[in-house]
Design a protein around this ligand. Structure first.
Ligand code: NAP
Length: 342
């Protein structure tokens, strides 16, 4: 089959399109024909090896440690099950599925991701992919297209996890950073659908698109006054800051007493100075959030089946253009998701 691999950590030149052996599903696994596979910022960080390690923040590595190469990236897969490795999954054959990219550290509904498709295992930038049958969720009858479905797992799963951990609910005021990107735009749509008032931080020319996705107000970060403009947009303060950008201790200056600053990314820098007095005197919570849990993914599958949100797709690319897609992702001039269509 055709697949796109990365041959090691590095720049775009480590991305190669190749003929590779067709993977075979073993017991407990299914073979999925990939109809669409979403691109995520993690594809860039994993290719570059930018995650660092607790003992050495500058070491080149994947998010959970060293990776095996060549590796097929692509965590977000929508497709059809075409074969299974044992009789238990025969009911899935022929079904349209959305794949949960995570394998978990335990059996419960609140388990944490312990490895991810396209990082620790070969992913969806290929014609076919093998996944555990328990992670292939039928979305038969969903009104969403395959391309829209492939926008969901990482971005919307991460955004749902952040909103849950930030206790976002009806009537709350929420600030979302990186709001024109995959996770940020998902957080805008999902927070709005919970009945929250959403203020979104993004680059100026993307403001209209972010507003159309559901933001009540937009802060243009290019003005260089994010803190002051965010205060002006919600003078009573924020219940939750949903932050994938970090770089500054934004949450501490904006939250009401008892508020939550939920962080899932560090696009503007991972070393942040915090005045802990603001944290404890106002009973604030600083919450780290990574991806989803099985319980959260089940809710995402329900959202997908009903078509409760329509993901914003910025562009699609054929399999041979994974490099172009990653270059566009790194330029960040688009709004929404970039999707590979093998
Ligand atoms: N922890 C997790 O489980 C998890 C899961 C998914 C993603 N992430 C992380 O979350 C972050 C966002 O991911 P994504 O897939 O949504 O990325 P994305 O689609 O590339 O969007 C990120 C957006 O953030 C804004 N931005 C970029 N650099 C910025 C900077 N220096 N300062 C302020 N804003 C900046 C840009 O929008 P504007 O130009 O419009 O401001 C950009 O569109 C990444 O760091 C990613 O690694 C974490």
């Amino acid at each position: 089959m055709r697949a796109v691999v990365i041959t090691g950590h590095g720049d775009l030149d480590v991305i190669k399109e190749r003929e590779v052996p067709m993977p075979r599903p073993g017991p407990g696994e299914v073979l999925v024909q990939v109809h669409a596979a979403g691109c995520n910022n993690t594809d860039l960080w994993t290719r570059e090896g930018s995650y660092g390690a607790a003992e050495d923040p500058d070491v080149k590595t994947g998010w959970l440690g060293p990776l095996d190469f060549p590796r097929i990236q692509g965590a977000d897969v929508a497709g059809t099950v075409v074969a299974c490795g044992d009789e238990e999954a025969t009911g899935l054959v022929g079904k349209r599925v959305l794949v949960d990219p995570a394998e978990y550290d335990g059996p419960g509904p609140d388990a944490r991701p312990a490895d991810v498709l396209g990082s620790e295992r070969d992913g969806g930038f290929a014609e076919y992919v093998v996944v555990p049958s328990a992670r292939a969720h039928s979305v038969e009858g969903s009104p969403l297209t395959d391309v829209e479905l492939a926008a969901l797992p990482i971005a919307y799963g991460t955004a749902l996890g952040m909103l849950d951990r930030g206790a976002v609910s009806k009537g709350h005021t929420v600030l979302v950073t990186g709001a024109s990107g995959g996770v940020g735009l998902a957080a805008v749509q999902l927070a709005r659908s919970r009945g929250a008032r959403v203020v979104a931080v993004c680059g100026g020319d993307k403001g209209e698109a972010v507003r159309s996705a559901g933001a009540d107000a937009v802060v243009d970060r290019r003005r260089g006054e994010v803190l002051a403009d965010a205060v002006a947009a919600a003078p009573g303060g924020y219940d939750t800051v949903i932050d994938v950008v970090a770089g500054a201790a934004l949450g501490l200056g904006l939250l009401r007493a008892g508020g939550r600053w939920v962080v899932a990314g560090a696009l503007a820098g991972w070393a942040v100075n915090i005045d802990v007095r603001r944290l404890y005197l106002a009973n604030l919570s600083l919450v780290g959030s990574t991806m989803h849990t099985p319980r959260i993914f089940d809710r995402l599958v329900e959202i997908a089946r009903r078509g409760d949100v329509t993901p914003v797709v910025a562009a699609t690319f054929p399999l041979g253009q994974v490099g172009e897609a990653q270059a566009q992702l790194a330029r960040r001039s688009h709004v929404g998701k970039l999707i590979i269509v093998p």
